[in-house]
Design a protein around this ligand. Sequence first.
Ligand code: CP
Length: 309
Amino acid sequence: MDWKHRHVLDLKDWTRDEILFLLGQAKNMDDLMDRPIRKVPALRGKLVVNLFFEASTRTRVSFELAEKMLSADVVNWSASGSSVGKGETLRDTAWTLEAMGADAVVIRHGSVGSAHYLSKKLHRASVFNGGDGAYSHPTQALLDAYTAWKHFSSLEGRKLAIIGDVLHSRVARSDVQVFKELGCEVVLSGPETLMPLDVAAMGVAYEPDPRRAVKGADMVYLLRIQRERQEEGLFPSLDEYYLRYGADEDLVARAEKGALVMHPGPINRRVEIDSAVADGSQSRILQQVRSGVAVRMALLYLCLGGVMA
Ligand code: CP
């Protein structure tokens, strides 16, 4: 395939063929991770800067691992201790890093549109969105799709139930885009106060009762309850949330036999998920983490024009 994306900002304009091609490339990278020497020279001479304005474990570490396994030079930048504290803007920070030779910038930022903004301001560097506000987390959605695709081979006609705080979730928005494009039925579930107003425009169903939502589901996807929003009184208490919406063994048993249990992490045990489910045989949570490395390797490789020879 003639790869046309220089940036990974969101998945709105990604075709099904492009997603499937990316998943195939991720499988090659996944295989590479099992080799005794997990390093190829594909991005030798390229400089990637990881620009994280918000906390992260999975996205940040997996991007860094992916970059290093492809032999890129890597700089990890974080807002704390940087000249942002002296008032430097995002644009000037990015221009400064590009002037030092950055070929790619991975950005996580609390503001919606920050990755798009950077892609317009930078002159030649690729931009990878590592999560912007509540808008988009495209690499998470692609690693979620890869994890499920690797298990089922095809996602056409499969059902995905996403349960929890959809309102504040950039993961849910990106997952809806990619799983629908791959032919899945998607149903959202959770308290009405945690649903966006545009559920119908997203082209998915809403079923408030998670025990009904998971009926026939091949994938049960729990979202992190963003404890920081609890102050807003969007649901009575974490205990009540768990009783009504938390994933326990009874909930999972109502889905298809062998349904995959997924979560983007970090997990809140006994808030949105019980340990018996998070650590159970149907859980794919740690496989998702591994997929993150493979998918980000594939994205870096394709967007930066890597050479495998
Ligand atoms: N899923 C995810 O984005 O996790 P981190 O916040 O740890 O990167």
